[in-house]
Design a protein around this ligand. Structure first.
Ligand code: ZN
Ligand code: ZN
Length: 362
């Protein structure tokens, strides 16, 4: 066991303050309990190193030691002298070690109140199918938490102000001494804010925040689909401690259309045809979002075939132009026939040479 603080730190008696500090930092890192969990030997050594440094870093104590030795006032090591291990301050150690104590916030003072960005908020809006194609301006009510309008976020009743927390002296953390070592945690009295409110604001009950409903006018772009998100920057929850607000995301929900089915920027429209139209070919009028167009059905069109009408679909959400209209042909079978229709079909059946089951023939 070392007999003097100089030996403990391994420095000569005439070592400079910088040399002492350097030696201390090196040894403290080596023997710190965080680096040697469960190693009591290292813990004892760390204690010695800390005591030696506490003595030598203080010019007054160092002079006393040099003059009177271990027996003098503020003797070494420890004991009833001025060196008291319980006074370890993780705050200053944390600074010394430059964040060795894990990724937590740095202890002490103003750093306890960090600016935090507000949360993003999502609001759903339901629009008609037609509006989704044309674009539409909607009013969106959004309930958000904002800075209290009465106390401006301090949480204190107007005319009063928050006071420095007596438990942590405004540091926002408290050090809990367990044996030799102190462990810091957010101050339970002030929740790490460093200040407490003695007379809470009556509007927000001290939280500094209130819930308000705001109505935003939002432009839903032409071509929006179910799930399209429109972002309004800075219209989300208010930030904390001077942090920026979050964003508002308006999520679009489009009512289904009885006619059209959306497929990307294309619109699929089912077009029923009679057997005669499908077999002989025809020109039929079909609806599109911009009004009816004439669709040419080639002779011999099968049920299920897609016929493309260029540029008559939904607007592209990004960029210009539009998708296509896809006419899906559906050949219908009459449920009820007039006498004339029946005779005509029977005559057709007699003259038809087509065998649709040719593949079955052997
Ligand atoms: Zn308030
Ligand atoms: Zn506190």
């Amino acid at each position: 066991m070392a007999t003097s603080p100089y030996e403990t730190l391994g420095v000569p008696k005439n070592a400079s303050d910088d040399e002492i500090k350097e030696a201390y930092r090196k040894l403290a890192r080596t023997y710190h309990p965080d680096a040697n969990p469960g190693d009591n030997g290292a813990e004892d050594r760390f204690k010695e190193v800390q005591a030696a440094y506490d003595l030598l870093k203080d010019p007054e104590k160092r002079k006393q030691y040099d003059t009177f030795g271990a027996a003098g006032p503020g003797g070494f090591p420890g004991g009833a002298g001025n060196v008291r291990f319980e006074e370890f301050d993780l705050g200053s150690l944390g600074d010394l070690f430059g964040g060795m104590f894990g990724g937590g916030r740095r202890a002490g003072g103003a750093g306890a109140r960090q600016p935090l960005r507000g949360d993003d908020v999502e609001a759903r809006v339901r629009i008609s199918f037609e509006d989704s194609l044309d674009g539409v301006q909607v009013r969106v009510p959004v309930e958000t938490e904002t800075v209290c309008s009465v106390c401006s976020g301090t949480g204190a009743e107007p005319g009063t102000s928050p006071v420095v927390c007596p438990q942590c002296s405004g540091r926002g953390i408290v050090s809990d001494s367990q044996g030799l070592f102190a462990f810091s945690q957010p101050c339970p009295r002030c929740q790490g804010n460093g200040t407490i409110v003695e007379k809470p604001c009556r509007n927000c009950r001290g939280s500094g925040r209130e819930r308000t409903t705001k109505r935003y006018s939002v432009k839903i772009p032409a071509g929006a689909k179910t799930g399209t998100r429109v972002r309004l920057k800075g219209k989300g929850e208010a930030g904390r401690n001077g942090g920026p607000p979050g964003d508002l995301f308006v999520v679009v929900d489009v009512e289904p259309s009885p006619l059209y089915e959306r497929r990307g920027s294309d619109l699929v429209l089912e077009v029923p045809l009679t057997f005669a139209e499908a077999a002989l070919g025809a020109s039929v009028e079909i609806p599109t979002p911009d009004g009816p167009v004439s669709l040419k059905i080639p002779a011999g069109t099968e049920s299920g075939k897609l016929l493309r009408v260029k540029g008559r679909g939904a607007p592209h959400l990004r960029g210009s132009g539009r998708g296509d209209l896809l006419a899906r042909v559906k050949v219908t079978v009459p449920k009820k026939l007039t006498k004339a229709e029946k005779e005509a079909l029977e005559a057709y059946g007699k003259v038809s040479r087509e065998n649709p089951r040719e593949a079955f023939a052997r």
